[in-house]
Every structure is written in structure tokens, then in C-alpha cells.
Design a protein around this ligand. Sequence first.
Ligand code: ZN
Length: 425
Amino acid sequence: MAADSARWKYLNRIRQTAGPFNADSDVSPEALSMLDQAKILVIGAGGLGCEILKNLALSGFKDIHVIDMDTIDISNLNRQFLFRKDDVGKYKAEVAAAFVEKRVKGVKITPHNCKIQEFDEDFYMQFQIVVCGLDSIEARRWINATLVNMVDEDNQDSLKPLIDGGTEGFKGQTRVVFPTMTPCIECQLDLYTPRAAVPLCTLATIPRQPEHCIEWAHIIAWDQEKPFPALDKDDPEHITWLYQKATARASEFGISGVTYSLTQGVVKNIIPAIASTNAIIAASCCNEALKIATSAAPALGFEESYMMYTGDESIYTHTFKNEKKDDCAVCGNQAKPLRVDPEWTLQELLDSFAMKADLQLKKPSIRAEGKTLYMQFPPSIEEQTRPNLEKKLKQDLKLDVNHEVVVTDPAFPTLTFRFLLQFAS
Ligand SMILES: [Zn+2]
């Protein structure tokens, strides 16, 4: 008991003392009990997620939920410290929740072994804060769009601060989004370079690197031959199929360096992870959560909202302010100018959407001036609209400057990307 109260002594001092940033009402018994009842959601129980769960529990959050669809792989054990060898094959969310609950008494952690897309707005509405420790841009964009959509001006509780951490090797970032009020993740999408930003035509015609051969096997050969009903990136048989395809293609073009593990790395988009970078970024995310929940000190968000940490050349950190974009597909309301070559075919235009840093769409469907030009689904419409892919934008499809183009993608069902066409001369 004595040891237990010693654990919370310093945290309680922060929580119970009014200061320059929090009023007496912020530290009243009512406010403190509200804080004890606050629900916080963690997305991801991997490298960042393990750290985040541990830190939140030790920061006084008592009702934590965690979502992760992945199971534990032996290669996770070097840094995902809540997992042991016996846990290999079990769900990350479940094992991480049980471990932290056992070590930090009085904390309840509810695991969800599934995709974030399986929950609707009612589920997300129950939380006060959402913290993301993800390695997928797509999942970040999805939760960002969902939280922005949920904001109802007449209901203050509908605004859920989103704290997002990310790492890559020695580099990382922490940012805080107050949906609709501060720049959202989609506004800042061009800060990420699309991975494997290789034009489809390079993959299809002149591969130069082993990665190009693997992406060719992954994107083109798999689609043409469909050796299994659906690609399971964790199934060694599927990876072996891709590896063999990529090897054959590489030898055809005199390229060396295709290996099984490179194939796995490219297909699963594996980012090198360093435990200490995860610890630094997770710690800063959790401090922001504590500050937002207690008002004990100003958090990232309304002024500066983005903290970058660079450790690959000595150490450098920088915190800066982004601007909200009026033409953001999630939180803005204007169409974005889109420069295209009028000589492009529709296929070339669609391919360009995968590579544009501020778009990164893999399965775009497109309408213009109220007319459907190409739809990925359902198959009957896909077939009807497929001949348009060969047609040139201006000459055949009669698209012109200032025509409005609307693009959608199944990865982001609530989003429509609106553009105003401009011709590159
Ligand atoms: Zn935005």
C-alpha cells in the first residue's frame, strides 16, 4: 500500500496542484474524479503501442482501450517488451492489455483484436482522447477522417483530440490534431513521401531495382495470375510465390538482390524499428495526453502542432505550426487544383494518384462533370468503364480546364477528393 501511494506521489502533485495553466476548478475533487473516469483509446499495440500503454497506465489513465489486429511474431520480441516467447501467435492487444493490467494495479485495459475499420462512430464517441502508434499511413488517414467527420458543433464532447506518433529508424514525429480546429493528418499528408513511389509503367516495362521486381510480382503478376484467392502477407506460401516471380523477372532484366526477406519487407512495407526511438516518441505522445487531460501545461495543437525528432545525424528536434488547408479532402471545403497533361490517358491520370504525395490512392475511381469515367467496383460497372482507361483526357474524354473531377477510393469510404483541372503546358 505504501509502495503504491509512493508510485503516484509525483503524478498526484501535478494533478492536484493549480498552476499558471490550470485553474482551481481543474484540480477540484470533481475534476479529478472525471479524469479517473476518462476513457482513452490506443490504436496499435506494436513497438509504439507497448510503450504508449505502459506510459498511459503510469500517467494515471485508468480506463484504456487498445485496438490491434496483429498477432505476435518472434521478431517483435526485441522491442515489444510486453511480449514473451510463449506469447508468439497470440493477439498483441490482448497480451499487452493483460501484462499492463497485472503490473499497474487499478488500471483497466480493454483489448480489441480487430481492424479499426470494423468499428463505427458510436464506438469512437465513447473516448475522450485517441492516441495512435501506427506504422500504416492508410490507417492514420482513416481514423483522422472518422474523427473529423464525428465533430458536431453543438456537442463539445464530439471533438476528440488525436495524438499521433510515428517512427522510422532514428527519426520520429509526434503531432496533435484537434479535429476541424487545427490541421488534420490529411492536411499534412505531403509530409510523407509515398513509399515505393515507383510509376506503374516502370514496374511494367523497365525495372531497375530488386524492389521494382518485387512490386511488379506483388501488384501486376499477382493480379494477373491470382495464384490464391486473396493475398495473405503473413502466409509463407504466398510470399514464396511472389519471391519466385520476382526472382524470374529480376534475372530477365539482369538485376540482382531479390531475396525472400527483401520480398517480405517490400510486400509488408516493413519499416526499420529502433526501440529507443519508439520510447522517445511514445513518451512525448503520452505527455501530450496527460497535459490535454489535466490542463497542467500547454499541449501541442493550437499553435505548434507537430514535433519532429531526428536522431540519425546527432540529435535535432523542431516543433512547428502547420496551416489547415482549405482544399483538404477531410477538413476543407474547396476543390484542389490538379495539373495534368491533356495528352495523358485516363489510366495515366489514375496511376499518378498513387504517386502524388498529397493523395496516395491505390484504387481510385473517377467522375468528372457528373459523368462516371472509371469505377473500380462493382465489376459490371468496372467492365463498362474500362475502355475509358485508354482514352486521352482532352481529345477523347473532352475534359477541359476548370472541369471538376471527383475521385474516391475504397480505403476511405467517407472521403471524396475534389479537383479543378489545370493543363500543364
Ligand atoms: Zn485537413
